[in-house]
Design a protein around this ligand. Structure first.
Ligand code: SF4
Length: 492
């Protein structure tokens, strides 16, 4: 599908393209271009303090909508309201033209729960905020209900205090590249980069812990992700965790993403356990070996079962499992089989992802074999029912661009097994200091909605070369005192 979008508001053209892609995920959008299957024309005028927006679609699909909104004197609010007006008008047109009712309506953001919190900050109850969000964005009632359930679970968990900080450590290596991956992770290959990378990471972690001490910050959650942390040999894994140990010792939660079952062995799990991990993740994604082969994950279902058995024998009490709905060549029955199979492994938490078809991944090679959005929607619903049947509750959710069926990723957990780090990340309620290639540190003040970020470079050799600069960026992030901050107990 080629769509020509004619708009006088060029700064919002990406936002408008996002709305079109809710309905036609793979559309080629030509802004103010010519030709194509559909022409979408946007015009607007102002009369007094009111802006009138008119959008029409012609060609293979047709639709027309007109909306108006008051102009605000506050430039920030005005920009937000203007964008919302155009997006909602275009959404009306797309709904008319296609007859499709998307599960998340006109919502294109990645953190829908934030809308509920925003409503509650204006004095609405949780129920009222969920209903307001549903109506404003035309969200399907079951999705609005999901948001309500998630916020209710999150309310049981104390949010981070201003002096608390999470520490993220990234290992950007994998043993092979999954077809759906869009991360900038490198394959381990001959392993030449591993040692210099770990040495750089040790320096960055040491400098970060010093910053934490100087700033009087208190450890909250530790998270080691990737890539695949267990693609490191045990000695290097040990060195990274040793470097972070002073933080780990004071953290309330310690997660290590073991990730790929083919990278897990007893020596690595012992290193992870002996450094105090309280939660690991072992991710099969599917129980179908043919699919695993197709998507470039060089492990088998038997290896997943062995990894779970080994982790249980070594005493791990919280194992998270990631599954993906919508993998190429899979149908609803196959996804249900994966869900049933996973029961026997008794994960304490389950993350049901929807496949995201990003252009930077290799997935386009399998495009013809991808299940359609309706089927993926039924898979996601089967995942929800399965989690509920096991006594799990949804506790965090995020959306990405290009998700099959425009759906979502949801983390479920048995009560008391919710991952605090995941909530902090999704809701952006706490500071994160992050070490490693591509890691992003964040300083936040949720009371006033202030968030500042310091990203590390993603390319591995650049990261090793510019290691000191990464630390300097973090120091800069904390260079000035923010109102309302006080010192706390720090890690030694
Ligand atoms: S394990 Fe994760 S990070 Fe590594 S290639 Fe696969 S999807 Fe990408």
């Amino acid at each position: 599908m080629i769509v020509c979008l004619h708009t006088p508001t060029l700064p919002f053209s990406n936002d408008l393209a996002d709305v079109i892609r809710i309905f036609w995920g793979d559309a080629e959008i030509r802004v103010n271009g010519s030709g194509g299957d559909v022409l979408v024309s946007h015009t607007e005028k102002t009369e007094g303090r009111v802006r009138f927006c008119r959008i029409a679609a012609e060609g293979a699909f047709e639709g027309l909508s007109e909306r108006s909104a008051e102009i605000s004197d506050d430039p920030l609010l005005e920009k937000r309201f203007h964008k919302r007006l155009i997006k909602q008008t275009l959404y009306d047109v797309m709904k008319q033209a296609t007859g499709v009712l998307p599960p998340w309506g006109s919502l294109t953001g990645i953190r829908p729960t934030r809308l509920i919190y925003e409503g509650m900050s204006r004095g609405l109850s949780l129920e009222e905020a969920a209903e307001e969000t549903r109506l404003r964005f035309d969200i399907r009632p079951d999705k609005a209900d999901l948001l309500r359930q998630i916020v209710r679970v999150q309310q049981e968990i104390a949010p981070p205090r201003m002096n608390e900080v999470d520490l993220y450590v990234g290992i950007p290596f994998c043993v092979s590249r999954c077809a759906y991956c869009s991360f900038l992770s490198g394959e381990v290959g001959k392993g030449k980069q591993l040692q210099p990378y770990v040495e750089a990471l040790e320096r960055e972690i040491a400098g970060t812990l010093l910053l934490i001490r100087e700033q009087g910050l208190t450890p909250r959650a530790f998270y080691m992700g990737g890539g695949t942390p267990t693609s490191l040999p045990p000695a290097l894994l040990n060195r990274v965790l040793d470097a972070a140990q002073p933080f780990i010792d004071r953290a309330r939660e310690v997660t290590v993403e073991a990730g790929r079952p083919d990278t897990i062995d007893e020596s690595k799990l012992l290193v992870i356990r002996d450094h105090g991990a309280t939660r690991i993740s072992v991710n099969p994604q599917t129980m179908h070996d043919k699919t695993l082969e197709r998507i470039g994950r060089r492990h088998t279902t038997a290896q997943t079962e062995a990894a779970y058995a080994l982790a249980r024998r070594l005493g791990f009490r919280h194992i998270n499992m990631d599954l993906i709905a919508g993998l190429p060549g899979e149908n609803e029955d196959m996804f249900r089989q994966t869900l049933i199979w996973s029961r026997a492994l008794f994960p304490e938490s389950l993350t049901v992802h929807t496949l995201a078809i990003k252009r930077s991944s290799l997935l386009h090679l399998w495009e013809a074999q991808l299940p359609d959005g309706d089927m993926v929607s039924r898979m996601v619903e089967a995942g929800r029912q399965e989690a509920e049947a096991r006594g799990m509750r949804p506790y965090y959710l995020y959306r990405q661009k290009h998700m099959a069926g425009n759906l979502e990723n949801v983390g479920y957990a048995l009560p008391g097994h919710e991952c605090v780090y995941n909530i902090d990340m999704m809701e952006e309620t706490g500071h994160v200091l992050a070490a490693g290639a591509g890691a992003i540190s964040k300083r936040v003040d949720p009371a006033v909605g202030r968030i500042e970020r310091a990203p590390n470079v993603s390319e591995i050799s650049q990261y090793i070369e510019r290691n000191e600069e990464m630390l300097a960026r973090k120091r800069q992030l904390w260079a000035e005192k923010w109102p309302g901050e006080a010192g706390g107990v720090s890690c030694e």
